[in-house]
Design a protein. Structure first.
Length: 320
């Protein structure tokens, strides 16, 4: 009886994904095979990755659209293995990790992923170099922003500071199976995981950067918390994970953003939480604000409505 009730609740969501979300994504694909952040905008690597992840998870999606999107990513890759934020840029950035993630499972993309993951492993933040750590010891900010800079994650752009979200995406990408993972990936993952735990807000959850500023506890945010929990999901029984998942659970009823709601649903179900039966409904939020003008939000909504989440599990290393 419980299974029947759950299926009946999922039917409107399935219909919404099939009749609204997926057609929107397919119709928004650009002639070059990529997607922009909004329909008819310039193709970028980031929205292309999200659209591809959503379409590949659906058994009814166009294989031609997926093939064109994958080709766009291959062409957009720079010679050093990275991907830029925009087609005009000649320097890679955090989106490289997302591209490697989106190409997982593509038979002829192994070389591209190997080059991309190699770039990710060699992208060190400058805020945690030995010299910068030495200077920080004598800075008055070290007392008002207490973080351990020996832990090193990833920044949005090369050579800058570690931030929660790009670190989370890099950790997920470096979970990849097979021989494409560089030998230094294990050490980078250890440092990145330690950095995320060090940056957790005192009451659970994460914001974009520091857990305390001038002695005041940081306020957690939905989206950084989601990605950090997903990146650290193999440690689900740790007190920090449990506390952060509880924080997220307490926010669900008040979420007004469709993107945040979709990501919270993915995180709760992926990390062992239970999605509340009285939680806001994605299709209802669409009726209020037509959120599907955003390619990312449309893709996240598709992914939130296609549990179990194979698009995340496919990156996980097999236990030894």
């Amino acid at each position: 009886m419980e299974a029947d009730a759950e299926n009946s609740l999922r039917e409107p969501e399935t219909s919404f994904r099939q009749s609204v979300c997926l057609p929107f994504l397919l119709n928004a694909q650009n002639p070059d095979g990529g997607w922009g952040f909004h329909p008819k905008s310039e193709s970028r690597a980031e929205p292309t990755c999200w659209a591809l992840l959503a379409l590949r998870e659906s058994s009814t999606a166009s294989t031609e659209a997926v093939a064109r999107g994958l080709q766009y990513l291959r062409v957009a890759q720079l010679s050093d293995g990275s991907w830029p934020s925009t087609p005009e840029q000649r320097t890679g950035c955090w989106v490289t990790a997302l591209c490697c993630w989106a190409l997982q499972g593509t038979p002829d993309a192994a070389a591209a992923r190997m080059a991309g993951l190699g770039w990710v492993c060699n992208d060190w933040p400058q805020d945690s170099t030995p010299w910068r750590r030495f200077l920080t010891r004598f800075s008055p900010r070290s007392q008002v922003q207490p973080i351990n800079n020996a832990y090193r994650g990833w920044g949005w752009t090369p050579g800058t500071s570690s931030w929660v979200e790009p670190t989370s995406f890099a950790l997920i990408a470096l979970e990849a199976r097979g021989d494409v993972v560089p030998s230094e990936a294990k050490r980078r993952r250890e440092l990145g995981e330690a950095m995320l735990y060090d940056r957790m807000c005192p009451g659970g959850g994460w914001n974009c950067g520091n857990p305390r500023v001038y002695g005041v506890p940081g306020v957690p945010l939905i989206i950084p918390t989601v990605w950090a929990l997903i990146a650290l999901r193999q440690y689900g029984t740790r007190p920090q994970n449990v506390m952060s998942l509880e924080w997220l659970d307490g926010q669900i009823g008040n979420i007004q953003s469709t993107g945040s709601l979709a990501l919270a649903k993915i995180c709760m179900e992926m990390c062992g939480g239970r999605w509340p039966t009285d939680a806001p409904v994605l299709s209802d939020l669409y009726e209020r604000n037509a959120f599907l003008e955003s390619i990312q939000v449309a893709a996240w909504s598709c992914l939130a409505l296609c549990a179990p989440f194979r698009w995340l599990d496919m990156t996980r290393e097999k236990p030894a």
